[in-house]
Structure formats: structure tokens, C-alpha cells
Design a protein around this ligand. Structure first.
Ligand SMILES: [Zn+2]
Length: 265
């Protein structure tokens, strides 16, 4: 069979044994593969992509750091807040005192009439202490001392009074309401409750009945106004006056008095 040139060309194979048609296909495929490969390589390693990936990694690292810092800050703040709240509770915790009603002594109300000489009728908005006095009139009774104060409204001898007088039998008279000031403790009148105490002799020492009632009355007032033993003072502590005499002369007796008050409330 005579072979034509085209026939020859069509069937001729190159030195690798590939026909021109196959060779074209192979070249085309190679080109295609090369293009695809280049494109794929471009997708994986393009500098823009690297920058993007690197940027994302940095972003997540920083985001993680910031989140952990914020969380730590908040948890530290929470800890500090709860600690502060705990301490606040601690400092605001009121001292543990008994219910005043359970230790209230028997009090006879014999209020003075309002008068500028003994019961001025001025408000006592806040009680910060209790002031102890002695009547300075040995053997006088609570009623006699009340009468002395009441008479000042007529004789105008001086201006004086007290919220309470405790008598030789331990009786307790109230002359001025607790929300009004009494004329008893000079500069301390405006924020204290005053107690005058009867005494059998000029030493000024209270007898046992008077002492017991004064302690009970003072403890009740401390519980009522949430006071401490150191808020119980002597007239002496306000002005330096020798009142109540025995308990100024005998510091140990005064300290014992405050301890006895503290034991009750
Ligand atoms: Zn006094």
C-alpha cells in the first residue's frame, strides 16, 4: 500500500514513539497542568495570602492576650470588690449588744414642766454618751433633789436639771425626756444623757442599791444608743469638776463601774 505524505505524517511517531496528535494533546495537557500548578502554587504561597494568614495569627494571639488580660483584670476587680464588701460588712457590723428592752430598769417618770431654768425643751438630736454625777448633798433623797430642780423654775437661783436621778433606795426618777437636753453637763449637754446619783455621805460613794440601779440604767442607755463603755463619762471628764467625787478620787472604782456596766449589755 502506497502511503501518502499525510498518511505518513498522520501516522509518524517522533523519537519517543508519540504521534504528532498525541504530542499536541500531551503539550496541551502539560500546558494546562503547568497553568493549574502555577495557579495552585500562587494560591498557596502568594505574598498577599501569607500576609493575610500571618495577620490573622497575630490578630488571634493579640485577641487572646487582651481577652485574658481583661478577664484577669475583671476577676481581680471582683476579688477586690468582694474583699472590700467583706471588710465593709465587718466595719459596719454593729457591736453585739443585748436588746435594750430586756435590761430596761424600772423608771418612774416625774417629768419637770418646761422652763428655761431646768427643762428648756430643746431637742437632743443625737446621744453620744452618758454622764454620771453625784448630787453633792449627802443623805438627800431622789425626790428632794427633784424638788430642788423643779423649784428653779420659780426661784431662778440657777439653771440646772438632769435626765435621771437615782435615789438611795435604788429608785430611778426621770425628769427630762430622752429627746430633750438637760442642764447638767455643761458643754456635753447637747449630745449626752445625764444621771444624778444620791449618796449617803460626803465621800460621794454610792450605796449598793444606788450603785446597782445606776449600773443598770447606764447599761440600758448604752444598749439603747449603741454606746461603748468608754462613752460613759464623769462630769469631771467634761469640765474637770470633782463630780462624782468618789469616782474621780478612785480611778479603779470608776473603771470597775464601767466594767460592771459592760457586763450587763
Ligand atoms: Zn456633776
Amino acid at each position: 500500500m502506497k502511503k501518502t505524505a499525510s498518511h505518513f505524517n498522520k501516522n509518524r511517531k517522533n523519537h519517543r514513539g508519540v504521534s504528532p496528535a498525541q504530542s499536541r494533546r500531551l503539550r496541551a495537557n502539560r500546558k494546562k497542568n503547568t497553568n493549574t500548578g502555577r495557579k495552585a502554587r500562587q494560591e498557596v504561597i502568594s505574598p498577599e495570602l501569607l500576609v493575610l494568614i500571618f495577620g490573622l495569627i497575630l490578630f488571634f494571639i493579640f485577641a487572646g492576650l487582651i481577652a485574658s488580660w481583661l478577664f484577669r483584670g475583671r476577676s481581680l476587680k471582683d476579688q477586690a470588690d468582694s474583699k472590700a464588701a467583706e471588710q465593709g460588712k465587718e466595719s459596719q457590723k454593729p457591736p453585739v449588744h443585748v436588746d435594750p428592752d430586756t435590761i430596761k430598769p424600772d423608771i418612774k417618770k416625774k417629768l419637770l414642766e418646761v422652763s428655761e431654768y431646768n427643762r428648756p425643751g430643746i431637742d437632743l438630736p443625737e446621744v453620744r454618751g452618758v454622764v454620771i454625777h453625784y448630787v453633792q448633798n449627802p443623805g438627800s433623797t431622789a425626790d428632794e433633789n427633784r424638788r430642788y430642780f423643779a423649784n428653779l423654775a420659780k426661784n431662778h437661783d440657777t439653771k440646772a436639771s438632769s435626765h435621771f436621778i437615782v435615789g438611795l433606795e435604788g429608785e430611778i426618777l426621770q425628769l427630762v425626756p430622752l429627746d430633750e437636753i438637760a442642764y447638767c453637763s455643761n458643754d456635753a449637754n447637747e449630745d449626752t444623757i445625764s444621771i444624778e446619783c444620791c449618796h449617803p455621805d460626803k465621800s460621794g460613794k454610792f450605796n449598793d442599791k444606788t450603785y446597782a440601779s445606776v449600773v443598770q440604767l447606764t447599761a440600758w442607755l448604752c444598749a439603747l444608743y449603741n454606746l461603748e463603755a468608754d462613752d460613759v463619762i464623769r462630769h469631771y471628764d467634761v469640765t474637770g469638776k470633782m463630780c462624782p467625787r468618789y469616782y474621780v478620787k478612785h480611778e479603779d472604782a470608776w473603771e470597775q463601774f464601767k466594767k460592771d456596766v459592760e457586763d450587763i449589755y
